[in-house]
Design a protein around this ligand. Structure first.
Ligand code: HEC
Ligand code: HEC
Ligand code: HEC
Ligand code: HEC
Ligand code: HEC
Ligand code: HEC
Ligand code: HEC
Length: 333
């Protein structure tokens, strides 16, 4: 049991090491991630948004208690805190809070009816828009509809559950630090799969231990820092860079040589965005080498030839040796 706890701690401390503050979850946020004004973006709606940030921007907020007739301090629960820097670095930073939420929210206490507020879907804004065509929103949505999570739509699952409305930003497409991307993308899944309070909102299933379920995978810490959950759990779709079809668990990749081979699936997923310039010094999948050494996937053709030459050489030498021995033996008779 102790060993197990130790493993959990070491596994997630490694993941934590690579995760950065704006990752898609609050799970890995530490005390040090307090808001500093480090983001240079200036929103047209800064003043408008500050009406909300004054309460939703940090743990403490104040309001006037009409009954008591005085100012009262209270705590904002962590799920409802939106860090200003995260919001202003996200894809939707140019928005005003009230573009997506009712203007009624300016009033506090918020009216109970607002809870029933209908939320926009990604496709409401991005569907059929030329400007976003390169992202293939329609196809992503179609894949999502086939994914294992879709059955929980009625319980509240939606694109927003992985793409936090206030912090999501494209990462893999434009981040050259692959380790950071891996940590960012994995944090999206771990936001539920290592946080039971989020997980149980959607299902009656008992907690699934990710570490136990992947016991068959050696060097888990190293694997989880070097590949994403989606590498093994999605079906590759060549039209969209991030496959959104999460298959059921029995269809997940379990064979080592799906990655540890010359035809590594990683070339079609994780390394898809890597710079086009291949290393030319004879490595297969040379591009992977920029990030890591994947046994079996990084073979070098010159080394392969060299070992063949050495092998043939040894056979020839042994052959000559045998012939000489036979001749010598004949001479002796
Ligand atoms: C005086 C402090 C205060 C201000 C100002 C404020 N909020 Fe809130 N807000 C809260 C508190 C406290 C809650 C949680 C309790 C509740 O739902 O009423 C909350 C809850 C919410 C919720 C979640 C409701 C739900 O479904 O659970 C949303 C959305 C929200 N606020 C949006 C906004 C927006 C947008 C603004 C700015 C226009 C804003 N709030 C301004 C204090 C505030
Ligand atoms: C692009 C649209 C969009 C913008 C802009 C936006 N929100 Fe939200 N917000 C949402 C959606 C969608 C949800 C529901 C998320 C879910 O279902 O998981 C939400 C949920 C919330 C909640 C409830 C807690 C939660 O995370 O579920 C609060 C509080 C909130 N928003 C406040 C704000 C504030 C304050 C701003 C401005 C700084 C803001 N929102 C800007 C779309 C937006
Ligand atoms: C209320 C409308 C609206 C909703 C809802 C919305 N978006 Fe957006 N989104 C936009 C607009 C407008 C932009 C461009 C913002 C800008 O250029 O500043 C944008 C930008 C983006 C970008 C960056 C595009 C780029 O090239 O910079 C991505 C990625 C994105 N949205 C994904 C999503 C996803 C995923 C969802 C759902 C989870 C979603 N959006 C929901 C309106 C929306
Ligand atoms: C189970 C989690 C999950 C769900 C649900 C999900 N996504 Fe994603 N999505 C991801 C991950 C992980 C990425 C990669 C983020 C990164 O590193 O940039 C991503 C990336 C994207 C991108 C950017 C791809 C690019 O070309 O850079 C878009 C657009 C997108 N998702 C749209 C959607 C839409 C629309 C939905 C709902 C129909 C949705 N997503 C639902 C996990 C999810
Ligand atoms: C190397 C491939 C691989 C990686 C990486 C991987 N998984 Fe898995 N995962 C599998 C396989 C194979 C199974 C099925 C195991 C079994 O049934 O014995 C599985 C099972 C699961 C299950 C189902 C458990 C159950 O019994 O219901 C969940 C949930 C899951 N993985 C989530 C994740 C998350 C989250 C990540 C990222 C942190 C991840 N996986 C990374 C291959 C992988
Ligand atoms: C908002 C929470 C949430 C997020 C985010 C999330 N999941 Fe899940 N996932 C769940 C829940 C809840 C279940 C259990 C569904 C059920 O009742 O069978 C589940 C089930 C699964 C399963 C098991 C399916 C089966 O056959 O039993 C896999 C695999 C999985 N998720 C992978 C992922 C991956 C990979 C990501 C990130 C890209 C991710 N999940 C993100 C909540 C989430
Ligand atoms: C989804 C792709 C994927 C699958 C499936 C996979 N691996 Fe790996 N593996 C990797 C990557 C990427 C690395 C590189 C890690 C690094 O750079 O240190 C790696 C590294 C390793 C290492 C070296 C670990 C270290 O600490 O350097 C071993 C050993 C290994 N894998 C064994 C296996 C075995 C055995 C299996 C099957 C049970 C397996 N792998 C399945 C992607 C995968």
């Amino acid at each position: 049991m102790k060993l197990f706890v130790l493993r959990i701690i070491s596994l997630f401390s490694i993941i934590n090491l690579f995760s950065f503050s704006s990752a898609g979850s609050s799970l890995f946020k530490t005390e040090n991630d307090k808001d500093h004004d480090t983001v240079s973006f200036v929103s047209r709606f800064d003043a408008d948004n500050n009406r909300c940030f004054k309460c939703h921007g940090q743990e403490k907020y104040e309001y006037t208690n009409e009954t008591l007739g005085r100012q009262v301090n209270a705590m904002m629960c962590s799920e409802r805190i939106i860090h200003k820097n995260d919001f202003y670095s996200s894809n939707h930073k140019s928005f005003s809070c009230t573009d997506c939420h009712s203007e009624e929210y300016v009033k506090f206490p918020h009216s109970g009816e607002l809870r029933m507020e209908q939320k926009y879907n990604c496709i409401d804004c991005h569907g059929g828009d030329e400007k976003f065509a390169k992202y293939h929103f329609e196809e992503i949505e179609a894949d999502y509809h086939k994914s294992t999570h879709f059955k929980m739509e009625d319980e509240g699952f939606s694109c927003w559950k992985c793409h936090n409305p206030h912090t999501y930003k494209i990462t893999v497409r434009n981040n050259s630090n692959l380790k950071e991307t891996i940590a960012y993308d994995n944090a999206i899944c771990l936001n539920c799969h290592s946080n039971f309070s989020h997980f149980q909102l959607l299902t009656d299933r008992k907690e699934i231990s990710i570490i136990e379920k992947h016991d068959w995978l050696p060097n888990q810490t190293s694997h989880f820092a070097n590949v994403r959950c989606i590498e093994c759990h999605t079906q590759i779709n060549n039209n969209i860079p991030i496959s959104h079809l999460i298959k059921s668990k029995d269809q997940a990749v379990k064979l080592c040589n799906e990655c540890h081979s010359k035809n590594s699936i990683l070339m079609a997923s994780l390394y898809k965005f890597e710079s086009k310039e291949q290393r030319r010094d004879g490595f297969f999948n040379g591009i992977i080498l920029n990030a890591s050494y994947v046994i079996g996937a990084n073979r070098n053709q010159y080394l392969n030839t060299l070992s063949l030459i050495i092998f043939v050489g040894v056979i020839v030498i042994i052959g000559i040796h045998i012939i000489l021995r036979i001749r010598k033996n004949k001479q002796n008779y």
